[in-house]
Design a protein around this ligand. Structure first.
Ligand SMILES: Cc1ncc(COP(=O)(O)O)c(C=O)c1O
Length: 505
């Protein structure tokens, strides 16, 4: 809804904005930007004229002019008519250090209001100048040569399929067989008829939600959890029911069992294999308890195995599907090979797979054939690119943990068993503010609240270790700079809402 804000209302919202830690115009712009992202100043609202705001705040008009120019440059203020620009958030699809970004494992927010708050941590929402280090994505470049080779082979196989229609809601045979063989070799006997190929794990989750969960149904989630899964659950009209993960390690099975029993949710979505964002691996005894509790509650357990291959310490844990045939498993090649393949899958009972295939046709009529042929080779030859990838990731992880200890000693970290990120506890609740100022220091960051519901995790931030150690050092030093800036400007932190008193169980 459009409207306008007069100078005294804005001055009230700004509070004691000018603490002298940075040039006045920059502090003014920063606090206005936080108010917009925070939803305390709505979108499409005309800000006061430069003259009236300058008079009300007792600053020079040049200060307000410069602050407004900066906000325009950053995409938070439209040019508007006359001098009264309207609040907005930056457009999607802007360039990033790594290229054009518009999805994937970012803490990307969408839209306005509460989601605008999270947009500050997500790539699609922010205009990102070249050279920014991107810590908002926990994703890797392709294992290039292997992927290229798989496509070259796929092209030679394509002619045999050209006489067909090319539509296949279940996926091409060789890929389904290759995926099934992998589950079978890991203790979960699986036939190709139990596999549906999707355009990535996110697509898979949407198909599962559409099939198994009705509007207003509860979906149990770990808290924190993968932000795009939360978005999918909400977009399906369902209500995420968060169960807190313990602060230090593992899962709280007592809490999960109690929540399943009390809430009897239609679905539970869990990431037991190198959980995003904590990187934890669920133990076999916990897996056993979880599948039993879900069965007792009549809840479909949906297990996201997207990060399963990123096992940094060679820890062992069985496939969840090996513990119960009722489990619905979601997988992907995005982390083991490349997100650009857009290839994932669902593994479930044959009747459920048929229902998923029927549900998918409202979204798409099947996946692209060449990609699937190539993916079949990648699934079969999975072990080929992984050792080098894991070795590099181990080095990155250890470097990041060391750098944080050295340069950000007030941060608490947990050594992840695998995956791509470290979940850090901050000394004070400042995650959103940190993500807002971090680009000024050269990094982009996913703020903690994107990983939770109800504004939780303002005291946490996810830091991926996908960059090489030299760049991680630059990034950590930048985070130190951003933190120092916030320490000098408490108002930047105070403009944010207080986090909820306790985790939501
Ligand atoms: C837990 C989890 N699920 C799903 C996805 C999305 O995977 P895909 O690229 O296959 O859609 C990610 C990406 O980071 C993830 O971390």
């Amino acid at each position: 809804m459009s409207g306008s804000l007069n100078a005294s209302s804005l001055a009230r919202l700004l509070g004691a904005w000018n603490v002298g830690a940075a040039p006045a115009y920059r502090e003014l712009a920063d606090v206005v930007r936080l108010l917009v992202l925070d939803g305390r100043v709505a979108l499409d609202v005309a800000l006061p004229s430069e003259r009236s705001l300058a008079a009300t705040l007792g600053v020079s008009r040049t200060t307000v002019t410069a602050a407004y120019s900066l906000l325009r440059e950053q995409g938070f203020l439209s040019s508007g008519q006359g001098s009264r620009g309207r609040t907005c958030i930056p457009h999607h699809g802007t360039r990033t250090a790594g290229g054009t970004r518009n999805g994937g494992d970012s803490a990307s927010g969408h839209g306005a209001g509460t989601d605008a708050l999270s947009t500050l941590s997500g790539p699609p929402g922010l205009a990102v100048p070249d050279g920014l280090l991107d810590l908002a994505y926990a994703s890797l470049p392709a294992s290039g040569e292997v992927v290229h080779r798989a496509f070259a082979t796929a092209l030679t196989e394509l002619p045999a399929l050209l006489p067909g229609f090319g539509y296949d809601a279940l996926g091409v045979g060789p890929l389904r067989a290759a995926i099934a063989a992998r589950y079978s070799s890991e203790g979960a006997p699986t036939t190709a008829d139990q596999i549906l190929v999707t355009s990535g794990a996110q697509h898979a989750l949407n198909i599962v939600l559409r099939t198994l969960a009705g509007r207003a149904d509860k979906v149990l989630v770990e808290h924190p959890t993968y932000p795009n899964a939360l978005d999918a659950i909400r977009a399906a009209g369902c209500r995420p029911a968060p169960v807190a993960m313990p602060p230090d390690s593992g899962w709280d099975l007592d809490a999960l069992e109690a929540a399943l029993l009390q809430l009897r949710p239609a679905m539970a979505y869990v990431v037991p294999d190198f959980h995003n964002p904590t990187g934890r691996l669920m133990s076999d005894p916990q897996r056993r308890r979880l599948v039993r509790a879900a069965a007792a509650a009549g809840t479909v357990l949906v297990v996201d195995e997207t990060l399963r291959e990123l096992n940094l310490d060679a820890a062992s844990a069985g496939r969840m599907a090996a513990f119960s045939s009722a489990v619905v498993s979601i997988g992907s090649l995005s982390k083991s090979h490349w997100a650009g393949l857009r290839t994932g899958w669902i593994r479930a009972s044959e009747p459920l797979i048929q229902r998923f295939a029927a549900a998918r046709t409202t979204m798409d009529l099947g996946g692209p054939v060449v990609e699937q042929l190539a993916a079949a080779h990648l699934v079969t030859a999975l072990s080929e690119p992984l050792p080098a990838r894991l070795e590099a990731l181990r080095g990155n992880r250890d470097a990041l943990l060391g750098l944080i200890t050295e340069h950000l000693p007030t941060w608490q970290t947990e050594r992840p068993d695998g995956g791509l990120s470290v979940w850090c506890r901050l000394p004070v609740p400042m995650s959103t503010a940190l993500a807002v100022v971090a680009p000024d220091f050269g990094v982009r960051l996913a703020a903690g609240p994107r990983f939770g519901v109800g504004g939780a995790f303002e005291r946490y931030v996810r830091v991926p270790f996908t960059l090489p150690p030299e760049q991680l050092e630059t990034a950590v030093l930048a985070l130190r700079g951003a933190q120092d800036r916030l320490e000098r400007s408490p108002q930047l932190r105070r403009t944010l809402p207080a986090p909820p008193a306790a985790a939501i169980a």
